[in-house]
Write a protein that binds this ligand. Sequence first.
Ligand code: MG
Length: 392
Amino acid sequence: MTCNAAVIIPAAGFGARMNLDCPKQYLLLAGIPILVRALRPFYEEAGISRLVVAAPADQLHMTRGLLEQYGFAEGRVMVVAGGKRRQDSVKAGLDALGPEVEVVLVHDGARPLVSRELIRRCLSVAEKDGAAIAAVPVKDTLKKGKADGRVEATIDRRGLWQAQTPQGARRELLERAYRENGEREVTDESSLLEQAGIPVTLVAGAEENLKITRIEDLGVAERLLTIGELAMRIGHGYDAHRFTENRPLILGGVHVPHPYGLAGHSDADVLTHALCDAILGALGRGDIGQHFPDSDARYAGISSIILLEQVVALAISLGASVHNADITVVCQAPKLAAYLRQMGEILSSTCRVEPNRINLKATTTEGMGFTGRKEGIACHAVVLLQQLRQQE
Ligand code: MG
């Protein structure tokens, strides 16, 4: 590949089919936003000099912040306001490109499993032939239905392909297609090129390069990410802290009213500590004391939820994410039942999983032992991490 190439990611759609209150490309897939996963393989291709994300006009600031948080350099990745239709978003991206860009790829912000190999194939074919589109042959028999729900006809599937992205073209061809046909309503860029009489070459796509359009697709994509290796790792954490006066009692990020708090360098959230230790254990990365030493003034009084955030970020940077956790707090008093739900919400959102993936239980020891004598609180946590295949 010798051409100067760019990719435009139209991500201004609102996911109307999913009934969401945020655009679907911001949903988490195994702990990482779909949009970030869709963008990263392009970012890792040195031959792509520019990445333009066309985001909803009212989400520009949020999108820029998100990309910065995931380490995308601002100079190379640009966020522009997308339009109402997909083709308007691509046009906005096209207009934002500098004159040096010769080949332009377009990739759906909701296709998070695109491989670098497919990107390279599309780029080189677009460069050589002028225009390229990733697609897979239709496998299933196709039926045309009638309004009454009966079959009207069987469509011959020979020669039929399902369009995917990336799609791309030499820049002057794509710009010409927009000039000539940009006003027509289309569902992809290839249609504009075809209508302008520009030949588009089919490139073998991948079945796993699926587009997230329904909530169920998230589960399918998550399973695809875990194929190929023994993908689970287990971890265990145990912690205990002593009661002390004049401190709030914090458990699972929740302030629980009680005459005593727990002694410790941080906020002494024994529950969150046990969970952090379980995650670190599953990662094979030691324990919480090694990562956040109590000799370090930065951690004095710190919310343990911040520590958990950092532990989860470490897991994700190592290609793992929390699958589920089961946590048992051992505590004679106070009664915790009324607070477990709120703790679960905080912990699950920090672990970037659905609330039902974090199970919380509280037990007494019927007066036996140090917890039974109300000297302190202990906590056990076990966690399962899924090790995700790295996108190549
Ligand atoms: Mg501790």
